[in-house]
Design a protein around this ligand. Sequence first.
Ligand SMILES: [Zn+2]
Length: 430
Amino acid sequence: MRIWLATILLLCTCFATAETVKLTDFRVWTAPERTRLVFDLSKTIQHKIFSLPSPNRLVIDLQKTHLKKKVPTVGRNEQLIKKIRHGVRKNHGLRVVLDLSQKVKVQSFLLKPNKQYGHRLVVDIRPTTKVKPVKVVAKTGTIKRSKDIIVAIDAGHGGEDPGAIGKKGTQEKKVTLAIAKKLKQLIDRERGMKAVLVREGDYFIELRERMSIARQKSADLFISIHADAFRKSSVHGSSVYILSQKGASSEAAKWLAERENSADLVGGVKLSKKDDMLAKILMDLSQTATNEISRDVAKKVLKGLKVVGKVHKPQVQHARFQVLKSPDIPSLLVETAFITNKSDERKLNSTRHQLKIAKAVFSGVKSYFYQNPPMGTVMADIRKHTVTSGDTLGSIANQYDVRIASIRRVNRLKGDRILVGKRLLIPTGS
Ligand SMILES: [Zn+2]
């Protein structure tokens, strides 16, 4: 009898839940220029979204939905949403109201379950008015200044995508951002170099968008930071990847196919259909140069990482990672360690070790650019020379085509004595 009763009760609850959708979690991800709301649902739903003016509000009606979790509050960085409220609409479901700071554009879509999540409703809001960038007008007659070398640092994953997860629960997206921020600090401190973070907080950016952010910032180099995962937990150490030849040529074909994109690559000149040959030649040239730089920087970064700890693969690896496919920006991907390895996971969580990794990557990048400064950059103006035995001030001056007096002046040297191993600054064009 008791068993029967239990079965009937169980059936009843099943019927009840079949009718309604459970909202089990609700997250807000704030990115620059976009806020993403994600609703975790027990099954797919019908929803309606509309805006209301004065004051600006956005209403999200989720049909036949029950709230199972508290509605989140918005973070300090959130610019678009002032407050999130909710109410239950009798026989209709749940109404979520966003109090907004301005008018917004809305986009929403449903996602089917995957490995990590069940059914999700994603609502993206963006401001309708874009902040106009201040135009800098160059005065006529001013001297053209040398520019900084710009390094775009891309912290892998973010937002809804935690990346790999360690045994202790360490999320790749957090570790990569922490290392990226440390690397940025080191780069920004170096004269002639500047870093930009592709992802600044905990939100997701599509892979192609990451590439385009780097291009918008006129990056000279793109570094994607990750932490590997493997089913065998014994595997550990770091690796450095660049784009494989196959990946490069398939991407070139794609860019050529999209006329709009290929125009970017040949200095903004739009090529007509007739110029197929020319476009291909220019594309090949650009890509060969890009690949060579990627490989050389990657080698130096790997050398730096070998000093910090064990590397998983002693050579630079080649793979078809989407994020490395910019034909015009040298790109590399650093798998800092294996998050699935116990000791690596512990290290990845340590601020000291994060800094060690950042320093290793930085030393590789710095050493590459000191040896190969791009034309027109500050770095090209501040060359350095390490004194080796047999060097004299005269021979160094000859080598760089500068006056001995200038070398003495910038290095504050009194006499002619220079010690082996000393690093001298080499002034330009004196
Ligand atoms: Zn990753």
